[in-house]
Design a protein around this ligand. Structure first.
Ligand code: GDP
Length: 528
C-alpha cells in the first residue's frame, strides 16, 4: 500500500455539533486529554474565557487569535490520527460553523441530558444532512437528573429523523448514577467521581452477570437496568455500521464529560468505526484520497490573526495526495500555479510549520487576499471541488455610512470582507441600500471594526426588514425574467453577482414560492 493510502486510512477528521452549553468545550478537552495532548486543553479554556466580551475589539481579536490555534486540533490515538475541527459556537457562531461541516468526514453530536435536542443542534444536523455525514451521539451530564434515556432516544429519532443505536446504556442517573454498560462488549464501567482518567483508573466488570457488580451496586439497581435493557433492546436498533456510515443511524453513548465518564468508550468506538477520508466530487470527476497528487479545498478564511501582520490564513482540507512544504499547485479559480509556502499544521500542542500533511488533514496557508472560500488547489491537473456552499444568512443589517463620500470604499470593504466568508453582501435591485447578511450576530461588530480599521470607513449597521434569503435559480430564461419583474422589490444581487430573494417574513417567502412554480429558492449557493 502506498504512503498516501496508509496515511489516509488512519485519519479521522470530525467536528462536534451541539447547542451552546451542552458540553462541547469540556468534551473537546477530555478527548485531547485521552489523546495525550493535554497542553491544548488549556487553550480551549482560554478561548472560552475570552468569548464573553463581545464588542470590545481587543477581546475580539484575542478571541479570534486564540481560536485559530484551536480551529483544528490534531492528535494521535491508538495508531490513528484524529483531526478535530472546531465549530465556533457561542458569540462566534457563524457561517464558518456550517462550512466546517463540509470539511469533515463525520460528526459528534453532544446533547445535554436535561435539555434534549435543542435548536442549534437541529440546524447543524440539517447541514450534516446535505452530505449524509455519519454522526455519533454523546448524551452528556449524566451526573445530573435529566430526561429518561428512552425518552431521549425517542426525541432524537423524532426531532432529528435519525435512527438511534445505543452503544452504552446508563445505570442510574444524577445522584444514583452507577455506571454504564456497553451493549456490544457487555462490559460494565463504574462511575467513580475523580477517576476514569484511563482504563487502568476505572473499575470495569466483564458483564452485568458478574457477582462482584451486584455486590457493588445492589440487587434492585441491577434488576432495574436489566428490565430497562430488555425494553430497550426490543424497541431500539442494534448498531449497523452501514446505516451509520450512510448517515441513517447514530450510535449513542451516555456519560459525563466533566467527570471523564463514558468518554473513552466513545473515543475507542469512534476510532474503530468513524470513516477515514472518502472520495470527493469535483466539477470534472471524483477524487479518491489515495491518489498520489495533492488536492484540497478552502473552507475557512481567518484574517488578522496577528495584528502585526495584516495577512489572512486560508484553511485547506486535503482531499488526496501528500502536501509537502513549498510545493506548487494549481488554483483553478485564477488559473494560476502557486507555491504553497509557509503552511501551518495544527498538531496537538501548538501551531507549527507544516512539513507534510495527508488526506483528512487541514493546513493553514498564509496569503494576502488571493485565496477565497471554496477555492481548490490541485497538483498536476485542474480540479475544482464541489459541495462547499454559502449558506443563507439568518440575520440582516443595512449599512449606514457617516460620510457619504466614502461610498466606494464601503462597497469595496463589504465585498472584500464577504470573500472571507463570515458575512454576505447584497445590493437590492430597486434601491441603493447595502445589506449585510450573517449567521452570527458578532459578525456585524467585526465588520464595522474592520471597515474602520482597514478601509477608513465609519459605518454602522441598522435594522432592516429582511427575515431570510434564498438564491434564485430557473432554467427557463423567460420565466426567470417574469419572476424578476414581478418580484424586483425583494430581489438583490450578492457579491458573486447571483440573484437572491430577500424575504421580509417567512410567510412572504412561502407565498412567493407558491406563486412561482418552476423557480427554485435555494438555501445554499455553491461557489462558482
Ligand atoms: P459548550 O458551550 O458546549 O462548549 O459547553 P461547556 O463545555 O463550556 O460546558 C457548559 C457547562 O456545563 C460548563 O459549566 C461545564 O462545566 C458544564 N458541564 C460540562 N460537562 C458536564 C457534565 O458532564 N456534568 C455537569 N454537571 N456539567 C457539565
Amino acid at each position: 500500500m502506498s504512503d498516501v493510502s496508509l496515511e489516509a486510512l488512519r485519519r479521522r477528521t470530525f467536528a462536534i455539533i451541539s447547542h451552546p452549553d451542552a458540553g462541547k468545550t469540556t468534551l473537546t478537552e477530555k478527548l485531547l486529554l485521552f489523546g495525550g495532548a493535554i497542553q491544548m486543553a488549556g487553550s480551549v479554556k482560554g478561548r472560552k474565557a475570552a468569548r464573553h466580551a463581545t464588542s470590545d475589539w481587543m477581546a475580539l481579536e484575542k478571541e479570534r487569535g486564540i481560536s485559530v490555534t484551536s480551529s483544528v486540533m490534531q492528535f494521535p490515538y491508538e495508531g490513528r490520527i484524529v483531526n478535530l475541527l472546531d465549530t465556533p459556537g457561542h458569540a462566534d457562531f457563524g457561517e464558518d460553523t456550517y462550512r466546517v461541516l463540509t470539511a469533515v468526514d463525520s460528526a459528534l453530536m453532544v446533547i445535554d441530558v436535561a435539555k434534549g435536542v435543542e435548536e442549534r443542534t437541529i440546524k447543524l444536523m440539517e447541514v450534516c444532512r446535505l452530505r449524509d455525514t455519519p454522526i455519533m451521539t454523546f448524551i452528556n451530564k449524566l451526573d445530573r437528573e435529566g430526561k429518561s434515556p428512552v425518552d431521549l432516544l425517542d426525541e432524537v429519532e423524532s426531532v432529528l429523523g435519525i435512527q438511534c443505536a445505543p452503544v452504552t446504556w446508563p445505570i442510574g442517573m444524577g445522584q444514583r448514577l452507577k455506571g454504564v454498560v456497553h451493549l456490544i462488549t457487555g462490559e460494565v464501567h463504574l462511575y467513580e467521581q475523580g477517576r476514569n482518567f484511563t482504563r487502568q483508573d476505572s473499575t470495569i466488570f466483564a458483564s452485568l452477570d458478574d457477582p462482584a457488580l451486584e455486590a457493588r451496586i445492589g440487587t434492585p439497581m441491577l434488576q432495574e437496568v436489566r428490565d430497562e435493557l430488555e425494553l430497550v433492546q426490543g424497541a431500539s436498533h442494534p448498531f449497523d455500521p452501514a446505516a451509520y456510515l450512510s448517515g441513517k443511524q447514530t450510535p449513542v453513548f451516555f456519560g459525563s464529560a466533566v467527570n471523564n465518564f463514558g468518554v473513552q468508550l466513545l473515543l475507542d468506538f469512534f476510532i474503530e468505526h468513524a470513516p477515514s477520508p472518502k472520495p470527493r466530487g469535483t466539477t470534472s470527476r471524483e477524487v479518491a484520497p489515495y491518489e498520489q497528487h495533492l488536492s484540497g479545498f478552502v473552507f475557512k478564511i481567518q484574517a488578522n490573526m496577528d495584528p502585526q501582520h495584516r495577512d489572512r490564513v486560508a484553511f485547506m482540507r486535503i482531499c488526496s495526495g501528500k502536501f509537502s512544504a513549498g510545493m506548487k499547485a494549481f488554483q483553478p479559480r485564477t488559473g494560476k500555479e502557486v507555491k504553497l509556502a509557509n503552511a501551518l499544521t495544527f498538531m496537538a500542542s501548538d501551531r507549527e510549520i507544516a512539513e507534510s500533511a495527508w488526506p483528512g488533514d487541514v493546513i493553514g496557508i498564509h496569503n494576502h487576499g488571493t485565496i477565497s472560500i471554496g477555492d481548490s488547489f490541485s497538483e498536476g491537473e485542474m480540479l475544482s471541488f464541489t459541495g462547499i456552499p454559502n449558506f443563507a444568512p439568518e440575520l440582516f443589517r443595512r449599512a449606514r455610512l457617516r460620510d457619504p463620500l466614502k461610498l466606494k470604499q464601503l462597497q469595496k470593504g463589504l465585498a472584500q470582507l464577504s470573500e472571507e466568508g463570515a458575512t454576505q453582501f447584497f445590493r437590492p435591485l430597486m434601491s441603493n441600500d447595502l445589506i449585510l447578511g450573517a449567521v452570527g450576530m458578532l459578525q456585524f461588530d467585526v465588520v464595522a471594526y474592520r471597515l474602520k480599521d482597514e478601509y477608513g470607513v465609519d459605518a454602522s449597521f441598522e435594522q432592516v426588514n429582511v427575515a431570510t434569503a434564498r438564491w434564485i435559480k430557473c432554467a427557463d430564461a423567460k420565466k426567470l425574467e417574469e419572476f424578476r419583474d414581478k418580484n424586483a422589490m425583494n430581489l438583490s444581487i450578492d457579491a458573486a453577482g447571483e440573484l437572491v430573494y430577500l424575504a421580509p417574513t417567512r410567510v412572504n417567502l412561502q407565498l412567493a414560492q407558491e406563486r412561482a412554480p418552476g423557480v427554485q429558492f435555494l438555501a445554499t449557493r455553491e461557489h462558482a
